[in-house]
Design a protein around this ligand. Structure first.
Ligand SMILES: [Zn+2]
Length: 356
């Protein structure tokens, strides 16, 4: 009886602590100096984490997730069993407290930083300027496509992924000043995901691990996706948490790159995003632009479609997601609208040199 009471007291304590955490982080998310502190803490933390985990060639974060999954299953079995229910429930509560705390201080609070859109000129975006930009990025893509290598089927082939990674890291130092970018760590902590097979079927291209500051990517992706995905994940490593803002940073990292593979992947992503944003408003224009893809780009597009088709069945059956990658850029957020990225990009493109 005594031990039972002890468990009840302890469980109450940890449940209360979790609630207190929710409340405290919620309040902190409304306070400017607190957010400033978390941004600085992130810089400090990622430097240490990347230094430690970059030494290991595989994804330590993925290994941590696997161990956590196993621990969770063991605890759930323990909770079902009457004899171990109390102690398992207590352990689960402690684990949740630790994970939630670590997640918030390492990453979660970054979602409350000032949005990039507030640092760019306002004004409505017109259909016309979006179309002009689309033509510009069609041309840029066609040109960039000429300087990348092809496999024996004539599809864009990534020649050296390490070069792309090094280039992304060096580009991080040159982000425009109005973004007040954080200090890049200059540590290569890109890791091929241990869950690559699952990723191909889920449409996930990459993900950032908040606990280890590693950037995971799916090495099985078509080459058109890979360099831009790496740049996107590297933006997360710099502390840009929001998905579409990470795309915007990746766009800045890639657009003037001297690495043709990164440049082509970036232009092609921008082109697809623009076309996607126009798909409903001007489908005729979209079809016309696609018909003007260079032969190489058409082969790349077919390869992307094939990749999606080959991996679509299971996901569609499981989640009812239609994976028509006709235009969808197929980022982590899947079918969510891309307009925030297009918004950022179009506004930036209005006056890229003197922005804002
Ligand atoms: Zn992301």
């Amino acid at each position: 009886m005594d031990t039972k009471r002890k468990y009840i007291t302890k469980k109450r304590f940890w449940a209360g602590t979790l609630l207190a955490q929710f409340l405290l982080f919620f309040i902190a998310s409304k306070i400017g100096p607190a957010l400033e502190f978390f941004a600085q803490f992130f810089d400090f933390q990622k430097g240490i984490h990347q230094k430690i985990f970059a030494v290991v060639s595989y994804s330590v974060g993925d290994a941590v997730y696997i161990l956590l999954g196993i621990a969770l299953i063991i605890l759930l079995i323990g909770i079902v069993n009457k004899n171990t229910r109390n102690s398992s429930l207590l352990k689960l509560l402690v684990l949740l407290n630790i994970l939630y705390f670590a997640y918030q201080i390492f990453w979660g609070m970054l979602y409350f930083q000032e949005p990039i859109i507030d640092k760019l000129p306002e004004n409505e975006i017109t259909l016309e300027e979006t179309e002009v930009l689309t033509i510009k990025y069609l041309d840029l893509s066609r040109k960039a496509r000429l300087s990348v290598e092809e496999d024996n089927k004539g599809v864009f082939k990534l020649n050296n992924i390490t070069h792309v990674q090094t280039e992304i890291l060096s580009r991080q130092e040159r982000l425009p000043a109005f973004l007040e970018p954080t200090k890049p760590s200059n540590i290569n902590s890109f890791k091929p995901s241990l869950f690559r097979g699952v990723m191909s079927y889920s449409g996930i291209l990459g993900y950032y691990n908040p606990f280890t500051a590693e950037a995971q990517y799916n090495p099985e992706l078509p080459a058109t996706y890979l360099p831009f995905t790496l740049a996107h994940e590297s933006a997360h490593q710099m502390g840009y948490a929001r998905e579409q803002e990470a795309n915007f940073i990746a766009f800045l990292l890639g657009k003037e790159s001297t690495n043709p593979e990164l440049r082509y992947s970036t232009y092609y992503f921008v082109l697809k995003s623009l076309l996607n944003s126009l798909a409903e408003k001007n489908p005729h224009f979209v079809r016309q632009v696609i018909s003007n893809y260079s032969p190489g780009m058409k082969r790349d597009r077919a390869a992307e479609k094939k990749f999606v088709q080959d991996h679509a069945g299971i996901i569609e059956n499981f989640f009812g997601i239609t994976n028509d990658l006709f235009l969808k850029s197929n980022r982590q957020d899947g079918s969510i609208t891309y307009s925030y990225f297009v918004d950022l990009m179009v506004r930036f493109e209005r006056n890229p040199r003197s922005t804002p």
